[in-house]
Design a binder for this molecule. Structure first.
Ligand code: ADP
Ligand code: MG
Length: 593
């Protein structure tokens, strides 16, 4: 066959195949153009999930009539002034969005440039341009896309329902809205309002619209600069987590990106505090020198390549870990809210149940408020009080000001109830203990000094050949964690020493759990991760305190240890270790507020 140059429109349609996957891709390109044009307000209108109509209206600089027909030509751009692909300061730079979209739809651009008296419009259908026409439009630009994919109908078959396409568009707007808090965004479908991001001086406010209201209360601010790299944003507390990574947002130099490296960095940073199948909520804005990032990796520009990816990764992990550490023993407020919402008053106040006393009278004040939550209710807890070894207790008023307060009692041999000057704390002693044991083990393991205990009668355990090989492969690692095992002929294993912290727990189950963990992790994980998994399994087995009666001084000691141990607000699986019920919330529960 003879070689020939392809016609213009076909070339553009080929490019469109990469750039325009679905209506959301069109919206993304058009909104990015509006942002690049310096707009402070952007409105998007849709019909049929964008399939029959998309309009993006901005109040940016506009396009002059002399540039209008060039804008829809391939490789025509007003950006890339320096002709350097490593100096990109705009969202667009490839000059192919408009011609690509024009080749597969009916496109109309109406624009009124700044400092010019009037507006002009240009129509392109299936790649064919019409003549410029005068129009009436305020300063800015409106780009309308009708009948997307009409010229490449095969693509239509890949579209999902309008509702699904709209949700993709919304997601795209959300990402851009997060990155540009100084621009207002409005998304409508058939005149119905889908999303509105008004201007707000408070970046966290806009993030909360997207990440959920609870994010604002449960996020730690990050603002770190190292050399010429900068990271800003918010990291959610580990106890605020989800079953997928949909609420993890990453931006590089103002561009929303999806990047495996960054996702993995988040995973590593949180791995100590979350179960493997749970994902934290994170919004990170990374600023790097322009020549450190290659933006030109993917036609849709959603992926980037870093020159020094190891540095970037370490920087992100460090920033996130520091943030979590800074939160210390904080556990998310959502935990308390969930708890509160499950509380049901024991007798539902209804018309048949009316207090027989005047609630607002002195009765309430005398009987309740005067011995409210900020004062110890001595009558109720009298028996426990008798057990406090007074000599080494700081003064009670002082302890009430500690973040986790003063232990009052233990219930169900599992929960410690403490009082602070404005809340009640309920601690899951097993979960806490597991966390404390883990931190201690990890600390000792790093110093290669996990206290061990020699088994007087070594335990012999039989495993499958595969599992035996798997665990023997980690012999050295296990020894560092305090577990000394050896091959004992055949398919058996002998345990000679165990971490002292384990006490007399079920070693057979422990080994099985470790094997399961190793099997799940496979080959792919690094040594540190493996060690942490092993330590976590050991900690779980070493936490024997559930079901144990604690004396008050032991309970208070536990609270003090929690306060001074990093990350004690959640157990190794990201579950909370304690719940704080604020006095104000409790008062609401009883209708006192
Ligand atoms: P790119 O964004 O890569 O330059 P596009 O095809 O998306 O390529 O746009 C081509 C050119 O049209 C842009 O460089 C810009 O000059 C102009 N343009 C597109 N949309 C707008 C807009 N909303 N406001 C002002 N100028 C625009
Ligand atoms: Mg563009």
């Amino acid at each position: 066959m003879k070689i020939r140059l392809l016609p213009h429109t076909l070339i553009n349609q080929i490019a469109a195949g990469e750039v325009v996957e679905r209506p959301a891709s069109v919206v993304k390109e058009l909104v990015e153009n509006a942002i690049d044009a310096g707009a402070s307000s952007i409105e998007i209108n849709l019909r049929d999930g964008g399939r029959s109509y998309i309009a993006v209206i901005d109040n940016g600089t506009g396009i002059g009539p002399e540039d209008l027909s060039l804008a829809v030509e391939r490789h025509a751009t007003s950006k890339l002034a320096e002709e350097n692909l490593f100096h990109i300061t705009t969202l667009g730079f490839r000059g192919e969005a408009l011609p690509s979209i024009a080749s597969i739809s009916r496109l109309k651009i109406t624009s009124h440039p700044q400092n010019q008296p009037s507006a002009w419009s240009l129509t392109v259908e299936g790649g064919v341009k019409s003549a410029l026409e005068p129009a009436s439009f305020p300063v800015g630009t409106r780009v309308e896309v009708r009948d997307l994919f009409y010229a490449t109908p095969a693509r239509l078959k890949f579209l999902k329902t309008p509702a699904t396409e709209t949700s993709h568009i919304l997601e795209c707007i959300q990402r851009l809205a997060m990155a540009y808090p100084s621009i207002s965004f409005l998304l409508k479908e058939d005149k119905r309002l889908i999303a509105h991001f008004p201007l707000s001086g408070e970046p966290l406010k806009r993030l909360s619209i997207i990440m959920g209201g609870e994010f604002a209360d449960n996020a730690i601010e990050i603002d770190i600069t190292r050399d010429d790299m900068k990271i800003k944003g918010y990291a959610g507390l580990p106890t605020l987590n989800r079953a997928n990574s949909n609420l993890q947002f990453l931006f590089v130099n103002g561009r929303p990106v999806k990047d495996k490296l960054l996702n993995h960095a988040i995973r590593i940073a949180y791995q100590d505090y979350l179960a493997n199948n749970r994902y934290p909520l994170v919004a990170l804005f990374l600023t790097l020198p322009l020549d450190e990032v290659d933006m030109n990796v993917h036609p849709a520009k959603t992926e980037v390549r870093f020159r020094e990816s190891g540095n970037v990764r370490a920087f992100i992990i460090g920033a996130l870990k520091a943030a979590i550490q800074q939160a210390g023993f904080r556990s998310s407020t959502t935990v308390a809210q969930v708890a509160l919402s499950r509380f049901k008053p024991s007798s539902q106040p209804s018309s048949s149940f009316q207090p027989s006393f005047p609630v607002s009278s002195g009765f309430k004040t005398d009987t309740f408020t005067n011995r409210g939550f900020s004062e110890p209710q001595k009558e109720t807890f009298q028996p426990s009080f008798a057990e406090i070894p007074q000599p080494f207790q700081p003064k009670e008023e002082t302890i009430l000001h500690y973040p986790l307060g003063h232990a009052r009692c233990q219930v169900h041999d599992t929960y410690v109830i403490a009082e602070t000057n404005n809340s009640i704390i309920i601690v899951d002693q097993h979960a806490v203990h597991e966390r404390l044991v883990y931190e201690e083990l990890k600390n000792n393991q790093q110093k290669n000094a996990v206290p061990r205990q020699l088994l007087l009668i070594p335990e012999i355990i039989e495993l499958s050949e595969k599992h035996l090989q798997l665990i023997l492969g980690e012999q050295q690692q296990l020894e560092q964690c305090g577990l000394v095992i050896e091959h004992f002929g055949g398919n058996s294993l002998i345990i000679r020493e165990v971490p002292a912290i384990l006490g007399d727990s079920d070693l057979r189950r422990l080994i099985q759990d470790i094997v399961d963990e190793l099997e799940e992790m496979g080959q792919s994980h690094n040594i540190q991760h493996k060690t942490e998994e092993i330590l976590s399994t050991l900690a779980c087995h070493g936490s024997v305190r559930a079901g144990r009666k604690l004396a008050l001084d032991e309970m208070n000691a536990l609270l003090r240890q929690m306060e001074s141990t990093p990350f004690s607000g959640q157990c190794n699986h990201g579950r909370p270790t304690y719940v704080e019920l604020k006095q104000t919330d409790i008062e609401k529960l009883f209708g006192r507020r």
